[in-house]
Design a protein around this ligand. Structure first.
Ligand code: BEZ
Length: 230
């Protein structure tokens, strides 16, 4: 159950609100769960929903790549952990996954509310068939517990696990170097020298940087500095 009410809308840069909750792997305190890791928290409005079934299977299969990058996965669905247990068996059976990361039991939608995952439909956010819309968010949270990415998906559109991993790679690369990453960047591609780095300093930091415009400067990074693409 959430221990803290949402006071202000969550934004990039907000500290991820703490909560205690039951999960399929036992009770957690979310900040303790984060510890010194990166975390991807992603949510579902209901167990046994078709699109969500494919998404959970895909996250489970890609989990080793997240682990390599120091990222813990945690799902949430607005049902009980007992219900999640049966759904996980189905997910593994259907998708060939072996899902072991925790899924939060958020039957009362306390965490969904705390994280502003609900849409504007009405105060209960329950549609005529009893499903809570939307609770289909993705949060990337860094080891300082800062929210670095927020995505919100419609029920009709399955998420893209490779894209979530790509954002992790971009954020971790940007944190390590004073760079940003351009459109459709994947590890190994050239990156953009951060505007705060003046050309004199860039010559030292990035000997092979090139100036396309004074405001757009690209550089390769040493190969070992970029994670392998999936
Ligand atoms: C799904 O297919 O996962 C889904 C269906 C209805 C509402 C939310 C999700």
């Amino acid at each position: 159950m959430a221990t803290e009410e949402r006071a202000v809308p969550l934004r990039l840069g907000s500290i991820a609100p703490n909560f205690q909750a039951d999960t399929t792997n036992g009770p957690i305190d979310f900040h303790e769960f984060i510890g010194d890791n990166w975390v991807v928290l992603f949510s579902h409005p209901e167990d046994y929903t078709p699109v969500c079934t494919t998404e959970l299977g895909a996250f489970a299969k890609l989990e080793p790549e997240f682990t390599k990058r120091g990222v813990k996965l945690i799902g949430l669905s607005a049902n009980t952990v007992e219900s999640h247990g049966g759904w996980i068996k189905d997910i593994d059976d259907i998708t060939g996954s072996k899902l072991t990361f925790p899924i939060i039991g958020d039957k009362n939608r306390h965490v969904a509310y705390l994280y502003d995952m609900l849409d504007h439909q009405d105060t209960t956010n329950v549609d005529s068939k009893g499903i809570a819309f939307t609770i289909r968010s993705v949060f990337i949270i860094d080891p300082k517990k800062t929210i670095r990415l927020i995505l919100s998906y419609p029920a009709s559109t399955g998420r893209n696990t490779a894209e979530v991993l790509r954002v992790v790679d971009s954020l971790q690369t940007g944190d390590k170097h004073r760079v940003t990453t351009p459109i459709n960047w994947v590890p190994g591609d050239d990156v953009i020298v951060h505007p705060s780095v003046k050309n004199e300093e860039a010559k030292t930091l990035f000997p092979n940087f090139r100036i396309v415009r004074p405001y757009l400067r690209f550089t390769p990074l040493p190969k070992e500095e970029t994670s392998a693409a999936v």
